[in-house]
Design a protein around this ligand. Sequence first.
Ligand code: FEO
Ligand code: CA
Ligand code: CA
Length: 704
Amino acid sequence: MSDRRRLLPLLGANRHGSRDSMTCLYRCGNACDHPVPNTSDNQYLGDMISTEVSRRGVVRAGAIGALVLGVGGSLAGAGAASAAPAGTTADVPEVDFAARQQSGSRALTFKAVPPNKLDSLIVPNGYDHSVVLRWGDEVVPGAPALDVHNQTGARQSKQFGYNNDFVGVLPLTSSGKRVLLVVNHEYTNEDLMFPGFTSQDALTVEQVKAAMAAHGLSVVELERVDDTGEYRVRDNGSRKYNRRITALATKFDVTGPAAGSAYLQTAADPKGRTVIGTLNNCAGGITPWGTVLSGEENFNQYFVGGNEASADVKAKLSRYGIDTTNRYPSGSRKWERADERFDLAKHPNEANRFGWIVEVDPFDPESRPRKHTALGRFKHEGANVIVAKNGHVVAYMGDDERFDYLYKFVSDKKFEKGNSNKAREHNLTLLESGTLYVAKLGYTSAAEIDGSGKLPSDGAFNGQGQWIKLVSGDQSFVEGMTAAEVLTFTRLAGDKVGATKMDRPEDVEPSLATGKVYVALTNNTARGTGSNPKADEANPRTSNRHGHILELVEDGGDNTSLTFTWSLPIVCGDPADPATYFSGYDKTKVSPISCPDNVAFDSVGNLWISTDGNALGSNDGLFVTPIEGPEKGHLKQFLTVPVGGETCGPFITSDDRSVFVAVQHPGEISGASLENPASNWPDGDFAKPGVVVTWRVDGGPIGA
Ligand code: FEO
Ligand code: CA
Ligand code: CA
């Protein structure tokens, strides 16, 4: 009964949007089949208070008493700083990672790519693209070639991993001639990776180890091709930065207030400070000090034995989507056959060691990556950092689950400019201590929201909001929970303070040009169904199939503010559908878009959006829209990915000459296999996830 294939529905059966059931199975362990993990009856701001806004735009919140925080306050917080990581002698170029964007706009004149179902990567006229890396390519010098008949943990640990998601590009030289590409490998699909696959049980332990090694991250040095926007893997020189980080063997240090707590201690790590591996790394971000953050997302699906936990532990496991009824949850990967720590019956704390934000220093190949407990534990989509005006750094984060929350972290310490070893050593500690907040949203038109997506009479889905303090250093602000509990079981803390239940918050990214924050809310077909929470102004459609974008503006332009206003600049779908909105732009000129997932910015602050699970019948794609000025909402499709695939990553280089995307799970369609692939991309044989770079043939800036 544990055979994953037997659980698969008919060929090409869709779940939500065009996302195939095979993707649901492998990527998130059929999260949508399980009960909504957030069963809390927390009422949120819109229910509890008058939804009026005062003239100053401040929430009038008399009824919520202690939950209301000081207006416009900043924070400093105590919190003991831990020692700087050892060995911060990386050779980092004098590049200002925090100043990539300017405020402004540039007309987007390219001809939009139409929706399509082609098994190709399609770019606009006048553009070209190439595959930079695909599954199995050499990362560590001397890696063996991909041989699907003989994959082992050791071989895969040197090769490019599977199902690339986040893409970051960090310059090694100020000219951008050489760069470091950092990529997440979110999950594996054994049906499409191993010949003759029948079930997880039938895989050899060595194949399981290969799958574990195909998770994690890759760091690879690239070089520009001539003077174009194209990049290729550097195949000469030392390649000393090239590195694989895996779920199989890479050691991580745990930092922050929950490090060493009883919740993180295991038989193999009685101190609770060192974890082997990282799981389900989804999106991420580049920090102003030149490191990469990566979110551990659907970690729940890798564990078995939750049925044997105590009642108290079961409640915590359930809130994180871990099955507590069956020894083997449906779709189990059976990794405990290779490593018993994935059996919660033997090692009940092991699940607590995943679900964190991971920081990797790609400039120091010897550095040990870290899991930062100060940023909380949930199904982290990713984290994106901005330096606030007062010098503290702020990380914005989403918990990608139906009806889960938006968070931000504010560092205790201030960012130090420059890339000297001293500055960098300091900046590498910024995410180890600070304050974690969760968002509560208020509304301006609550009474008008009927779930249809009809725009309220004040012309906007909008409102105000506040950041509720959960924990600062070792001090908890959540009744009945210690700081370590708040950080390790952050979802439960969010429930207690009445955070706003959102439609799957994916990427949450500040524009470095304006400080405004953009949230991709990908979809939530459970919204307003059964006993689930009804539509509200921030999640205004019942059975939300197409998702929306939320813009969050911190009061006073201060990213450490405790209050903000928000609006929905884009409500996705077919522009002909009246339940869509594109900032009032002429809908006849807008590309259809569905299921926004990752967001990014170019150097003039245009918003780029990639999609996961187009519910309009087209392949997924990458879109761009100006987000300021008269062209705001003029959304155009820039590229589409091959059949079955998802568009991940997007990254636009600071010179606007190159757009990178990750093509994740091409050909992931039920019934497909290695021998009978549903996609032949990119090499004409079986499907392989890969990273693509796109550039303008005439060398001009992308999009213009
Ligand atoms: Fe892995 Fe939230 O997408
Ligand atoms: Ca309104
Ligand atoms: Ca994602």
